[in-house]
Structures are given as structure tokens and as C-alpha cells.
Design a binder for this molecule. Structure first.
Ligand SMILES: [Zn+2]
Length: 313
């Protein structure tokens, strides 16, 4: 992973020191959003803007007025940026992530709903639309998430969601990056587009014997199939990557989120899991904070209503 272009705080004390008020946060967002200097969102010209009160910027060429938060997940927020930054720090510094109740307690949000909306806005920023495809040797399988858990009587019964899983396999069965997506079913029409979007052509794609994957070799992949019943090997031996990722994902959902996820919301949790998993070897939590803020200023705003609706834009 490339190094950050902008410095980031390494510890909580440093964080507190760097971001003591709103103007510190605005200046940091400007450095991250406009790495080559202010770029006017209206006319595209680059140059020092005129500054007025409360962080308003005026383009010297076309006089368009804007702010560093316009068109990002912080657009028109009434929450101080310092609170947003603290939330980002908290989210990225909890090894296993957090839930809305945790965030509400730590940051003193008045309602659970506000904490939840903030957390979901960050979750939306966790996956870059332009991210690179997986390559090399990639295992692909499906797993089932949610629904009724054994032993929990009286729980609301929900249908399980199907999640397609792709994992890069490195030398000695070490795991590389992952991609996850909720799919409607396990038909070819659901699974093949997942592979095509997530895995680079020319890669080795390893699946089980399920027939929905059989067109992969025609689509430019080197398709390896392991028919589990024929080998007699348990799944965790013949496809260790997807097996480990699926178990960790289920444990995370049960532990951090107490298993309570509707299928519509699952997509965002999968994005958060992917963000955490693919950065699990990052030595610095500050780096994760930086990446989240960087992605937050390049992610379009999502009004609360569209988050509740669940659909991805
Ligand atoms: Zn302009």
C-alpha cells in the first residue's frame, strides 16, 4: 500500500494536539482533498481561493463559492468536524470495529440514531469505487450470513443473506485482499458478474464444483475447480482462504454487531469488514484514520433517508 501523501497523527495525544478546533480540521481536509492546491468544483481552475468567514472559499477565476466539505460525506453537516474526526479515530482504532451504541457513548451523541447515521456515512466511504481488482490466485465461494441463530429463542426470524467471497491466496496459503458482496442467489447471473468485477482477467480462480462458475474459463480466467465430495477433503483444507474469511466475518458480525443486521444494511457492513481486513497489516492506526478521512472527502454525500433505504448509489 502506498504511503500517505499527507501526515497523520500517530497517537490519541497527537490527535488531540493537531485538531484542537474546527479550523484545524478544515485545514486538514483541505490538504487531503486538494493535494495539488484548491481546485474549483465549478470551473476546474487551480489557484489560491479568497477566504471568507466560516471556511467559505471563493474561486479567484469564476467567483464560485464553496467549502471543503461541499460534495463530501460532511456536506451541510451540523455536527462539528472535530466530532466527525473523533468518530473516525474511534472507528479506525477499535481493532474489531464498533457499533452505534459504542460511538454514542464515547462521543456523547444525543441519540443512538445520530451515532448510527454518522457510522453509516463513514461505512459508505470505506470502499473506493476505483479500487483495483484482485489478481493472481483467487478463491471464490459463497457464504450465508444472518438469519436465526441457534439457541436464541424469540429472535426475529430473518432469511439468511448470501454473500459472495473472493480472497487472494499468496505463497503458503497466506491471505491477500478480499472482496465481498451480497448476492440475491447462487445463479450464474449473480456470481459471474461478481467475479468479473472483482477479479482481474487472466487470474487463477479457484471454486468448488458448483455449475454457476463453469463459464469462467470462457471469460478469460484460469478456472480451477475442486469438487469437494470427490476429494473427500473438508472445505477448510481444499479452499482455506474463503473458509477463514467467512468464519472471521461471521464472528465479527456476531461479536461487534451482535448479529442484528437486516439484509439491506449488510452491504455496508461488508464494506467495513473489507476496509478493515485489507488494511489489517497496517502498522499504524493513524494511517487507517487518514485513509478513512481521505475516502470521506472523495465520497458523495448520502442523505439519511437513502441510508435507511439501504440501496447503494
Ligand atoms: Zn471557479
Amino acid at each position: 500500500m502506498p504511503e500517505a501523501d499527507v501526515d497523520y497523527p500517530g497517537t490519541w495525544n497527537q490527535f488531540m494536539d493537531w485538531f484542537s478546533d474546527e479550523s484545524d480540521c478544515i485545514a486538514y481536509l483541505e490538504k487531503i482533498r486538494w493535494k495539488n492546491g484548491f481546485t474549483c468544483p465549478s470551473c476546474g481552475s487551480i489557484g489560491n481561493p479568497y477566504r471568507t468567514t466560516r471556511g467559505r472559499l471563493t474561486c479567484p477565476t469564476c467567483e464560485h463559492q464553496t467549502t471543503v466539505t461541499a460534495g463530501t460525506i460532511f456536506h451541510r453537516t451540523r455536527t462539528p468536524l472535530r466530532t466527525w474526526f473523533s468518530a473516525a479515530w474511534y472507528i479506525t482504532n477499535q481493532k474489531h470495529g464498533t457499533n452505534a451504541l459504542g460511538l454514542q457513548r464515547i462521543l456523547g451523541f444525543k441519540s443512538y440514531q445520530t451515532a448510527w447515521a454518522h457510522l453509516h456515512k463513514f461505512r459508505r466511504a470505506m470502499v473506493r469505487p476505483d479500487r483495483e481488482r484482485l489478481k493472481g490466485h483467487v478463491e471464490v465461494d459463497e457464504t450465508y450470513i444472518g438469519g436465526r441463530e441457534e439457541g436464541l429463542i424469540g429472535r426475529k426470524i430473518e432469511k439468511k443473506s448470501i454473500v459472495a467471497v473472493a480472497v487472494e491466496m499468496k505463497v503458503g496459503n497466506a491471505l491477500g485482499r478480499v472482496r465481498l458482496r451480497r448476492v440475491l442467489d447462487i445463479s450464474e447471473d449473480s456470481l459471474i458478474p461478481f467475479v468479473c468485477e472483482m477479479v482481474e482477467r487472466g487470474s487463477i480462480v479457484h471454486t468448488d464444483g458448483w455449475s454457476s462458475y463453469s463459464s469462467l474459463s470462457k471469460l478469460g480466467y484460469k478456472h480451477e475447480r475442486t469438487i469437494l465430495s470427490a476429494t473427500g477433503d473438508p472445505a477448510h483444507e481444499s479452499m482455506p482462504g474463503v473458509h477463514i474469511v467467512s468464519s472471521l466475518l461471521k464472528r465479527w458480525i456476531l461479536g461487534t454487531l451482535h448479529g442484528s443486521i437486516g439484509p439491506q444494511q449488510l452491504d455496508y457492513y461488508l464494506d467495513e469488514y473489507t476496509f478493515r481486513f485489507n488494511r489489517r497489516t497496517s502498522r499504524s492506526m493513524g494511517m487507517l484514520f487518514y485513509r478513512l478521512i481521505e475516502q470521506a472527502v472523495s465520497t458523495a454525500p448520502n442523505p439519511y433517508k437513502s441510508i435507511v433505504g439501504g440501496g447503494k448509489c
